[in-house]
Design a protein around this ligand. Structure first.
Ligand code: ADP
Length: 158
């Protein structure tokens, strides 16, 4: 019966964690803060089809902010503005989560904030216990990933 199906998927959802639905780091489209917003870069951005792009400095594991592609609509590619100059104006600070966080928790965070994307970071403890714990970036997760898990079905994205 549909009621039974709904209840059992609600129970499954309770058990789901971020690692089960996130987009892994290697698959995340990001931009370097050293990028220049010229025609080539703007076209690349458009082609990804993603609306939010993490911005890194130096290494891809060092995310310094998120840009929302629609915020770039007023820019002229001829001006080739360095992304670095814009970060203070349009850059957003991402929510942080970790691999083992329950999707029910993350959903609450998404609902209470304005951002619908989070970066997934885990603490890795040095086995010898000498060094300070390190953060390792695992990937990103969006509200869409959480809702998809909730519905337990693929949402066709337009
Ligand atoms: P969008 O429509 O901007 O892609 P959604 O929140 O609808 O964003 O997410 C759709 C899927 O794309 C999700 O699986 C999400 O993790 C993934 N995703 C979102 N942004 C990026 C990105 N910059 N690089 C790679 N995958 C992304």
């Amino acid at each position: 019966a549909p009621e039974v199906k709904m209840l059992s998927s609600a129970i499954d959802f309770q058990a789901k964690t971020v690692s089960m639905v996130m987009t892994q780091l290697k698959d995340v489209f990001m931009m370097s803060i050293d990028s220049v917003l010229d025609t080539r870069t703007m076209c690349q951005l458009m082609e990804t089809g993603h609306s939010r792009i993490p911005v890194y400095s130096g290494a891809r594991t060092n995310i310094v902010g998120i840009i929302v592609v629609k915020d770039l609509i007023i820019l002229s590619p001829e001006h080739a503005i360095p992304l670095r100059n814009l970060m203070g104006i349009i850059g957003r600070t991402p929510i942080e989560t970790h691999s083992d966080e329950r999707l029910t928790e993350l959903m609450n965070t998404f609902k209470s904030g304005q951002a619908h994307i989070a970066v997934v970071k885990d603490v890795v403890v040095d086995p010898d216990g000498d060094a300070d714990p390190q953060y390792v970036l695992r990937g990103i997760v969006t509200m869409e990933d959480v809702i998809e898990a909730l519905l337990n079905t693929e949402i066709a994205d337009e």
